[in-house]
Design a protein. Sequence first.
Length: 602
Amino acid sequence: MKRIFALTTLALALAACDTKTTTTETTSGVTTTSETTASGAAAPASGAATVSAAGKSDTLVIQRSSDIPTTDPGTSYDTASGEVLENVYETLVTYKGNSTTELEGVLATEWKANDAGTQYSFTLRPDVKFHSGNPMTCADAEYTFQRNLVTNTADSGNWFMAESLLGTGANANDDKNVTWDKIDAAVQCDGETLVFNLPKADPAFLAKLAYTGQAIVDSKHAKEIGEWDGTGDTMMKHVGVDLTGSPLAKDPSGTGPYQIVSNDSTGVTLKAFDGYWGGAPAIKNVVLSIVPEQSSRIQAFLNGDADLIESGGREVVETQLAGQPGVLTVDNLENLGTFGFTMNQDLEGSPNLGSGKWGDGIPANFFQDANMRKCFAAAFDYQSYIDQVQMGKGEQLNTMLPKSFLGYDASLPLAQYDMAAAEEACKAAHGGQAWENGFTLNAAYREGSKTMQTALEILKMNMEGMNPKFKMNIQPLQWSEVISKADEQPMIYVGWSPDYGDPDNFIHTFYHSDGYYNSRAGFKEPELDKLIDQARTSTDEAQRKALYSQIAKMAAEKNLYLQLPTGIDVAAVHDNLKGATAEGYNAMNSGLWLWKNLSKTQ
């Protein structure tokens, strides 16, 4: 799950995973957040540093709505933190150019795997320094990954690395099979060569290493400021600890092109790292300010007091920013999110069934009938959603998998809006009881989200227009309720953006019985589980493609989700900001562009 999104600098939509980010809504694919700081207080509209620095060619000024939860990569699982961390720390590998599948080395210069795919060896880049001045060695990489396995929680981006290296996503508190001996054996240094030992092949392993949370930390510095000492003797004291405000979060030391100067509730300031192995970036200073009010961010951008802002989506960009003097739009940016509504098949004991009977409620097995799910899927007007919510800039997908990912089969059909087919399916559902008696369905969304509300209103209009006995109650929920009580909801909005560029991150999440969203969708499909397990362990790319096509076809036929179109993203930039292009954009990043690739003219 790619981070619970709080803000994505542009893209990534709804909190894909409730532990990933604190994002809450997407408008035309752009995530927005609540307008308060972490403490709940309104942040200043603009800091003095913003106004005085934005016009300087050596300073980049960014305004976002969300606070920065942490600057410790070991616990980062949100895009707000990720935008800072991907410029301060570096991973072994990253995505090449704007590709979401092709990898290239960063702190690793080369790597190889054994024939079984169970051991990977990495040659590390020489002459790399941390911000502290300490040289990067294999010991730092070994410490980093072992620390991530020790401190691993579901609220960090380490569970999927633990799955690869330990065979479980749990930590030593939750799984007694996780021992220091296993953690120590999983990551080792052979001289200055970093070696990973996997219990079984994982074709997604390299992609997982590109995730920002797997960035290499300065082990000597970490130990000096009170972090885990790197030994098995003290391991249990650090298992599952909350690293959000850790010593390393307060005093970070990475190898990236920028180092943090200050970090508080108003934002983060950074400066270029003089000792950066990749050469001095053109932008020498970065000021990232927390500005909750959207109108203030827009005005700052138009006044030239901010170079990049969280705009609020396509509608704002096209109606308020595009065409203004000195403003350019960068359009058709890939959005790797997939979104939809659950049709929960496991509602036994749910308090959201009304009477629990036909007419003024629904029975607990309401969505277990395939015809009922087909009825809802056919009654949704996908083009109206694209037109109304995404301003014509959206695209349907045939499964919960981004189009650019391995295994997406474009030859499979898309869901169709077809009221005749919907009526036929509804009449057949539950032996005709649904049609004859009617129902009252509660459908939930996050309060304040116009995107989710509009989607449900489209569905409600068509369902109620089909049969006057059909009723849908659209219920706004607080974000905390969306997270904590989603499995009790008959129908609720879900979304995902990738942690790593592999189809398993989506397919297992949405369609497997052990997947993140299964508790909300409530289905058990043993045949799908078998195919997904086979696909996630196969190293044969052709076989994986065929399996994912088979999985997508089966999932679509069963209408396991009501899938929404994915928006196409757009950003507004000033014409003096160079490097802010579609070619320089990579949707796997948390931010719009890596700051080291940008420059400004006066």
